[in-house]
Design a protein around this ligand. Structure first.
Ligand SMILES: NC(=O)c1ccc[n+]([C@@H]2O[C@H](COP(=O)([O-])OP(=O)(O)OC[C@H]3O[C@@H](n4cnc5c(N)ncnc54)[C@H](O)[C@@H]3O)[C@@H](O)[C@H]2O)c1
Length: 276
């Protein structure tokens, strides 16, 4: 009997995961290791990167301490990866930080930091890796982590919402710009609540002084909502299973939390009805 040949698009291919020391990035890394990929773990937090590494199924891997908002560091890291594995086939631009607050109350340093980490790092990732993906003619894919905050809007979340909307716009144009290309795909990951350490941000370059963060009740409530919500959120393992499935299906949208779609619909209806 002739069977249908299933091509394994992940095995022995190289995945670079930023923000791999914790949460969603760790979940993606553990999944990639199970799929017998070459896994490159990248993060600011070296100790926690080694924890992720210790949890992984045995596979070829690299641990690289790198602040992805720093182009020079990211470029050096790329050279290390190239020396070990050659091209990156699956680029997970996932590192990110959370900052609540009204637009005019967030401190300038914090605005700059969140734009650098949540947006510029992704742009650097594209600058560094996409041309080589195209030239390789091998199957490659870019997965940029946004959030439901990338497609819906609430009050007192200006810095986070601004960067996450930008990631959706950036990734959608990337998808359009790669449309003629047979081998490189692009997806935007927009999770709802996931059990991670996103609210523990004291080591990530933000100035957490009361004077630098909006102290309005709505901003504080949002931060508290997130802190409470993530405890009950989806596990990073379940999220990773969905993400790899969607990559295999070559889907652009990776919307992991259908409970938010209704909110999104009311927002897009507002646009189509020309309301407000
Ligand atoms: N947890 C959620 O509910 C949720 C929901 C939607 C989107 N997200 C997004 O998921 C992504 C991952 O966040 P998470 O929830 O797993 O949080 P997390 O804090 O558990 O993990 C984020 C990781 O990114 C790393 N990181 C931060 N800045 C970095 C930098 N400049 N360079 C390198 N590494 C850096 C941190 O050290 C940390 O290990 C983020 O982009 C976040 O915005 C999270």
């Amino acid at each position: 009997m002739v069977g249908i040949l299933q091509v394994d698009i992940f095995k022995n291919k190289t995945a670079l995961i930023t923000g791999a020391a914790s949460g969603i990035g760790r979940g993606l890394a553990l999944h990639a290791a199970k799929l017998q990929m070459n896994v490159v773990l990248m993060d600011l937090n070296e100790d926690a990167l080694y924890e992720t590494h210790g949890l992984m199924h045995d596979c070829p891997s690299m641990v690289i301490k790198c602040d992805v908002s720093n182009l020079e560091e990211f470029t050096q890291a790329k050279e290390k990866i190239k020396g070990e594995f050659g091209i990156v086939h699956y680029l997970f631009n996932n590192a990110g930080i959370f900052l609540e607050g009204r637009a005019w109350k967030a401190d300038q340093k914090n605005w700059k930091r969140i734009i650098d980490v949540n947006l510029m790092s992704i742009i650097y990732g594209l600058n560094l890796f996409v041309d080589e993906m195209i030239a390789s003619q091998e199957r490659c894919h870019i997965i940029n982590t946004s959030s439901m905050a990338g497609i819906i809007v609430g009050p007192a979340l200006a810095p986070y919402t601004t960067t996450k909307h930008a990631v959706v716009g950036l990734t959608r144009t990337l998808y359009e710009d790669l449309a003629d290309n047979d081998n490189v795909g692009a997806s935007v990951l927009c999770p709802g609540l996931v059990q991670t350490n996103i609210i523990e941000r004291d080591h990530l370059g933000l100035d957490l002084d009361e004077s630098s963060i909006d102290q309005h009740e709505s901003a504080k409530n949002n931060a508290q909502w997130l802190a409470d919500g993530v405890k009950e959120g989806m596990t990073p393992e379940d999220l990773a299973t969905i993400v790899f499935q969607k990559i295999e299906e070559d889907k652009f949208w990776i919307l992991t939390h259908p409970e938010f779609i209704e909110v999104y619909e009311s927002y897009s209806n507002e646009i189509s009805a020309n309301k407000n």
